[in-house]
Design a protein around this ligand. Sequence first.
Ligand code: 5AD
Ligand code: SF4
Length: 475
Amino acid sequence: MLLEDNQLTKDMDESRQGEVFSDSKSVNPGERGHYYIESYGCAMNFNDSEIVASILSKEGFAPITDMFAADLILVNTCSIREKAEYNVRQRLREFDKVKKERPGTLVGVLGCMAERLKKKLLEEEKLVDMVIGPDAYRDIPNLIAQAEDGEKGLNVLLSRDETYADINPVRINSNGVCAFISIMRGCDNMCSFCVVPFTRGRERSRDAFSILAEAQDLFDRGYREVTLLGQNVDSYKWENPENKEAVSFAQLMEMVASIHPDLRIRFSTSHPKDITDEVLFTMNKFENICDYIHLPAQSGNSRILKLMNRTYDREWYIQKIDRIYELNPDCAISSDIIAGFCTETEAEHKDSLSIIEYAKYSMSYMFKYSERPGTLAERKYEDDIPEEVKKRRLSEIVETQMRISFEHNQKDIGKTFKVLIEGNSKKSDQQWKGRNSQNKMIIFEKLGKHKPGDYVEVKVNSATKATLLGEMINS
Ligand code: 5AD
Ligand code: SF4
């Protein structure tokens, strides 16, 4: 799941300042100054910013949405494609302007770019004061103190056990209804195109009971949907130190889903090699576990999948798709597809188009291959597909997916769905927006007395390739 590269973290929820599970001393928010934070990349990164917000508020920093008034500017970065890093470099130029206007302001780079570039980032970006990797956020207070004394701070140590389990994220990115919960960190998969194993380190699963406590706390505060996050949620495995029993992802889902039938559960991302029947059975057992699986194929061709080190082939992937629809015909499936991976032929590209048709994805995230330094693919294969060809293949993939999404949505016309209201629609405060179990956005006129966080029944009357339009029934 990748959020828009330039999405900012706004709507700071100041009422949640200073909430951390562990109980050491804290100072009042604002006593030390104000911080401004921007996040890029995946949902995990946005959730990490909420962990950072929690650490900062405990240190006496309060959030602010005007960067020109901030004492501390943080940018949580993504390295997944070259473009993501380019965008951050552009933003750093804007922060330079703030530093010129307000010379005492500190600038820190967090996240995957910090981890990938390490000291080089401090050398290249002269106005950056701190570079902090994804496993080093607890060290932020020390690094700030160091930077306040005029010494640049660097901590990019990766950890084998850090999960920030005891830190209750401050929900700076939230609509008050839906929240992300990180259940694991890192990735051991080594897909040949991917920089994540290098920037986020080894896979580790978080204490199941701390996840349960976080979900319960969210529910008690009115949240009605949690998304369990991990680079590869199906390999979640946590051993209970008390009885040495292992908790699997399916068991964790069951624990969280049992909190309350009104708490919806989503999860992301699933790896086709790891998703089990046990997970699919658990999804069927609980009405509040959403009928939606993000199951990235990356390519529809077996030779390319081998080069990508995905450890499954086209036939295996197709069997997984068949099994999901066999057990749950109402399940929506989405995907990630990469266009123009090293040595991909025209016929192999067509296999990616046909996998979209076969799997009938409700939607996909689609990308041009971007070579990342240090990855297996960069070291072993030539990035030999010309930019123009990558572009054209990507637009064919996008066109195919748009058509399939449109058909998928047209099939929903006339159906009635249970929808969780998330807030006003973008276009009008006379309309609600919300999603059904299949993760489809539905827009409908307000009727009766409802509020975000309520469930309503909505009948779909029409559909575009991106959205369903409907009307509330039994309001
Ligand atoms: N180039 C293009 N897309 C990539 N992704 C990961 N690495 C690359 C890369 N080097 C895509 C994959 C992944 C999603 C999060 O980003 O499709 O699933
Ligand atoms: Fe998330 Fe990967 Fe980007 Fe890091 S590189 S922010 S893990 S998408």
